[in-house]
Design a protein around this ligand. Sequence first.
Ligand SMILES: [Fe+2]
Ligand SMILES: [Fe+2]
Length: 295
Amino acid sequence: MKKKPLVLGLMVVALFYFAGAYYLYRKLLFPNLAPRDVLTYIWVVITGFLLFLAFTLYYLFTFRQQLREEKDRQRKSCTKLQQANEGALKALIHALDYRDHDTWDHSRRVAAYATVLAEHMGLPQSELNKIALAGYLHDIGKIGVPDRILLKPTKLLPEEWETIKRHPELGYDIIQQLEFLNTAAEIILLHHERYDGSGYPLGLKGHKIPLLARIFAVADALDAMTSERPYRAARPMTEAFAEIRRLSGVQFCPQCVKALEELGVEKLSEIQQSVKKQGMVKLRLEDLVPCSDYL
Ligand SMILES: [Fe+2]
Ligand SMILES: [Fe+2]
């Protein structure tokens, strides 16, 4: 509660109160009061004001105390909600990790690449959190892909690819159920869109694909190319860079490819190594769950 308006308010009330008392004295009581009664009158006026002041302050302080207790209760409820949200996020991530550990490793690297790329492009912290969260969860829809396809050691048949291609929508459906993860849902849905409009599931083209999803596509592809697959070996970072450069304006947004080149092969290789050693880079999962203002 702010003190300045309270003091000013009390001063205005006091001014009116004493002006009224003086008016009463001058206009009505002055001819009839003896000097002793004047002192009694002043005493009554001052006591009346002090009583008013005491009651006002008492109620204001009680009100402030109640406000504090209410805020405290809300803070505790928010902490519990926050813990529940973190638990739900970890449960989802564990589910993906147990289902397919390679996908989880890939998710952590993509989260790191995408965050650094978005940071380099000058995006604010709130957007970095969104893209990091999407990094961890973008392939969560693969939970819905049968093992015989997801874990197939040889090249996929066209119809098997069609099943795999459903994972952005499946992931979007899963993430949409949890309000606190909604911020990442759009990137999850659109992470396989291509700049020329030949991607899936919506076939969006150019800048119709949101910037975060365009950045994400570069990070995702970079890791896909530099990771080992059951049916092919990992490609060196320099080769992956050359391939992304070749596909600038076709599969990838030129603005994002330019940012990747500015970051350079060395920096991205460093990130790759730190994710391998430390698990997660910079942003912890707990930091990605949106916080309430009370916390
Ligand atoms: Fe994917
Ligand atoms: Fe991916």
